[in-house]
Ligand binder design. Structure first.
Ligand code: C5P
Length: 312
């Protein structure tokens, strides 16, 4: 027999044997390799989450990311930006000459459970005694003028990430990531100047000229991500999402387990803060769809995607 025929017959036998064995062997359950070591990983593909969570939208800017022009056009309307797309691009280029070219994030891994606490600024944190629980998380995200000094028992002491924009900026310690949520080109310019020569421009409220913090831990949110939160998560309600709501969705993208504290308006519908007694009782939630955001957070909790701590 020639060797080609021998190989052909051998292959035929092997295939036949495989078919026979498959028929007689018990079915093994499909092995699923978990993407994290938590009891339940957020990133695992569940229909409900997958409907809302678009993992292809990058939460943060990086030097090699180019914002689509239509996303820029959406973003420029938030705070009536008059400058154009090419000014945005050159400003972002300058930004990455000064700050890390890609965000410093903990990647998901089967032997890691990235637990995150997102801490909003609601007055319902008062007397909550959540401090130790908040500090127990790997990542603790705070925002705007949210402070810990004097409120440790209720809000904790740890901050790994502090979200801000120039009008809500706070000095940080050397180990905290500054997460800039920019709403206009000036916010990017502010970041560059606040870490170098000092910023002398104006805004709708007085802003800090300089900031204390670690330049190597600066991360900048992607305007395209803000648009996605507005369109996919809030159904385009309100002018644009609040910093706090974007923080919750951000956590769904970068954490395996999300715990949410400090959200909820007071009985008059105002976003009052845990560190102050509200004077302006007509503050409400401004341009943000406060009650829709709250409802969406409740829904996330109902679907067991987040744990929501209401303070009561
Ligand atoms: O007031 P500020 O914007 O600093 O609060 C940060 C975030 O916390 C808000 O964007 C909002 O999402 C949330 N917040 C809330 N209820 C409050 C105060 C703030 O849900 N009473």
């Amino acid at each position: 027999m020639n060797s080609r025929v021998i190989v052909f017959v051998a292959l035929l036998c092997a295939t036949g044997l495989c078919v026979l064995l498959r028929g007689s062997m018990p079915e093994f359950p499909q092995l699923q390799i978990s993407r994290c070591s938590c009891d339940k990983c957020l990133t695992e593909e569940e229909p409900w989450l997958m409907q809302h969570l678009n993992k292809s939208v990058q939460p943060f800017l990086s030097a090699d990311y180019s914002l689509p022009e239509d996303a820029f056009n959406w973003w420029k309307r938030l705070q009536l930006e008059s400058r154009d797309y090419s000014t945005y691009r050159t400003t972002v280029e300058r930004l990455f000459q000064m700050f890390p070219p890609s965000p410093d994030l903990i990647e998901s891994s089967p032997d890691r459970c990235r637990t995150c606490a997102v801490v909003g600024n609601s007055g319902n944190l008062r007397q909550s005694h959540y401090g130790p629980l908040i500090d127990f998380h790997d990542v603790v995200i705070r925002m705007n003028t949210g402070r810990t000094k004097g409120y440790e028992a209720d809000v904790g002491t740890k901050t790994t990430h502090h979200i801000m924009y120039p009008e809500s900026a706070m000095d940080l310690d050397n180990s905290t990531h500054l997460v800039m949520f920019p709403f206009k080109i000036q916010d990017l310019e502010w970041l560059i100047k606040a870490f170098s020569t000092g910023f002398s421009g104006r805004s709708y409220v007085p802003i800090k000229s300089t900031i204390k913090g670690n330049k190597d831990l600066v991360i900048v949110a992607n305007p395209g991500f803000m648009r996605y939160v507005h369109e996919f998560w809030l159904d385009k309600k309100g002018r644009y999402p609040s910093t706090g709501f974007m923080a919750v969705i951000l956590a769904l993208h970068i954490c395996d387990e999300v715990h949410v504290f400090g959200y909820g308006a007071d009985k008059d519908g105002n976003w009052s803060h845990y560190w102050e007694t509200l004077k302006n009782k007509k503050l409400k939630t401004g341009v943000h769809p406060g009650s829709h955001e709250y409802y969406s957070i409740l829904q996330l909790a109902e679907q067991n995607k987040i744990s929501f701590y209401t303070g009561y």
